[in-house]
Design a protein around this ligand. Structure first.
Ligand code: MSP
Length: 535
């Protein structure tokens, strides 16, 4: 636990977590929610370490992709973005219980004004020049493509390897950022900071890419106008990716609130999908270097959610709405499932059957049943007043040891390594252990032994199980906040120990926190039996 304490930085720099800002060309699907939930869990975990945390998400609203979608729907891009943000994006994050501190939209003046200042500054420093470029462009990615990024479609048509749609040849006179000059500095930074890009496969991809030599980056567009005007040449708008990446600075107060900026920036963790890795691990740090600003702590790339072997996406119609699943499984189980079932950083397939099976075995049978059995026995044998443990032995010590192990492991894996699956598994191993402990101790049989020794054992077993559940509520609060709150209340902990959010994860293994006599109630079933799968 000492290891976790040194990460608590009271009064120090805010632990700053970001998600990508999402394109508003359509409504969110499971893939978007995956990264946002991961960010939320990471945020809540660090909050429960007692750190100052700031969690940012938002929307990316400029560029050709949004402009074309709006045109196709007969509205202005601004009207389209407003509708999507208010009707789809914000409500989803609320529904999924996402505790973001800010939500930035790239069309807000607090963003666009600062983007212009940032780019003007680079121009004044001689980092930007005017030049020409011709090459294949994917509107889905909003990116010029290199030959290696393309695949061949029917009739030899060149397709974007990610979107599988034809690329367009664009020829423009644009402003360029001297990205090519930053290769050696970037390589030195990756070298000195091995954890800068995570996981290892992502790091290698970035290293190889930079080692091949970087081209300068076109940072303006003049063939359409849905973007932030280039301040010194208003015939151009700023390239949507430069605009978008700057959200991480503008939301943190860049150029507007120096105190906030100093306390918050740079991000400790940028969570990104693997398809937008190069923007975050190459272009963004180079932009910061050019301004003399500090670089983020880590760019962590997650894999894709796949359906039938394809990347789930809005455009290829495999997008499943999170609400289709939460209405069946509940919000907490939803938050839990994707982080539990897919190793962070790798691709993962979603299947209804796998979700149902894990829900039933781990959530309902292992965790939910444990909570309801313990509360029911304390109700039956003690009228709901938590009894005192007076006869502890090796079996109880083993439970305490199991808990210490779970806390240490979960804190390292979730809090440090972003290994959500491993951290959650460590907590659920402990849940299993407590179930095993009850099966072995058989309190329902011990209850029949009316001797003093028998009664002391019964009280000890039930206190031990309740204490173990108290710790589970703390450890799983980041992942399943509503469930933890219900359990917290059913254990009488809200009265005995105060607010769950104030409980420190690193203190979860401190034994004996639930006060004897705490009012234990059965409470609502944590994970109800699943209905039939909807047709
Ligand atoms: N607007 C840019 C990001 C700018 S950040 C400065 C963008 N938006 S996006 O809406 O297309 O994608 C946002 C994120 O969703 C990306 O990280 C992308 O990887 C992620 N996902 C989109 N589909 C996904 C899956 N099927 N699975 C997991 N994540 C995926 O890119």
């Amino acid at each position: 636990m000492a290891a976790t304490e040194e990460h608590a930085e009271p009064g120090g720099k805010t632990y700053y977590v970001t998600t990508p800002i999402y394109y508003v060309n359509d409504a969110p699907h499971l893939g978007h929610a995956y990264t946002t939930v991961a960010g939320d869990v990471l945020t809540r975990w660090h909050r429960q370490r007692g750190e100052n945390v700031w969690f940012l998400t938002g929307t990316d609203e400029h560029g050709q992709k949004i402009m074309r979608t709006a045109e196709a729907n007969g509205v202005t891009p601004q009207a389209w973005s407003d509708k999507l943000v208010e009707e789809s994006w914000r409500p989803l994050w609320q529904h999924l219980n996402i505790a973001n501190d800010d939500f930035i939209r790239t069309t807000e003046a607090r963003h666009t004004d600062r983007v212009q200042e940032f780019v003007q500054d680079l121009y004044d420093k001689g980092e930007i020049y005017k030049g020409g470029y011709e090459g294949p462009y994917c509107v889905g990615c909003e990116e010029y493509k290199l030959p290696g990024d393309l695949i061949e479609g029917e009739g030899g048509v060149k397709l974007c390897a990610i979107h599988k749609t034809p690329v367009e040849i664009l020829k423009e006179e644009n402003y360029f950022f001297k990205l090519s000059e930053y290769g050696p500095k970037l390589l030195a930074h990756y070298e000195a900071n091995p954890g800068f890009v995570q996981p290892e496969s992502a790091r290698n991809e970035v290293l190889n890419f930079v080692k091949q030599g970087l081209q300068d980056l076109s940072i303006s567009r003049s063939t359409f106008d849905w973007g932030v005007p280039v301040p010194w040449d208003e015939k151009h708008v700023i390239y949507v990716w430069v605009d978008a990446l700057l959200n991480y600075a503008t939301a943190a107060g860049y150029g507007a609130d120096q105190a906030k900026f100093d306390a918050t920036f740079p991000a400790d963790v940028h969570l990104v999908g693997k398809d937008i890795l190069r923007f975050h691990a190459i272009i963004w740090p180079a932009m910061l270097m050019a301004q003399g600003l500090p670089l983020p702590g880590k760019v962590a790339a997650n894999g894709w959610l796949m359906v039938g072997g394809e990347k789930m996406s809005k455009s290829n119609l495999t997008g499943i709405k999170p609400q289709d699943l939460t209405s069946h499984f509940g919000v907490d189980a939803y938050r839990w499932y994707f982080l539990r079932a897919i190793a962070f950083g790798q691709d993962g397939s979603f299947s209804w059957e796998d979700f149902s099976a894990r829900y039933t075995s781990e959530l309902a049978n292992d965790y939910g049943n444990l909570a309801s059995r313990v509360a029911a026995m304390i109700g039956k044998y003690y009228g709901g007043a938590l009894p005192e443990a007076t006869a502890e032995g090796d079996a109880e010590q083993a439970v305490r040891d199991g808990l210490t192990k779970a806390v240490t492991e979960a804190d390292r894996r979730i809090g440090e390594e972003l290994d959500f699956a491993g951290g959650i598994a460590a907590i659920f191993d402990f849940v299993k252990q407590v179930n095993g402990y009850l099966t072995e101790q058989e309190p329902w049989k011990v209850a029949k032994d009316t001797s003093d020794a028998g009664q002391a054992r019964l009280a000890t077993v039930l206190y031990t199980a309740a204490e173990a559940l108290r710790a589970c509520a703390v450890l799983l609060n980041s992942v399943m906040p509503d469930t933890s709150q219900k359990l917290w209340e059913s254990l009488g902990a809200a009265e005995g120990l105060g607010a769950l959010a104030d409980q420190r994860v690193q203190d979860a293994a401190v034994w004996g926190q639930l006060p004897v006599g705490a009012k234990v109630t059965k409470g609502a079933v944590l994970f109800p039996r699943l209905e039939e799968k909807p047709a």
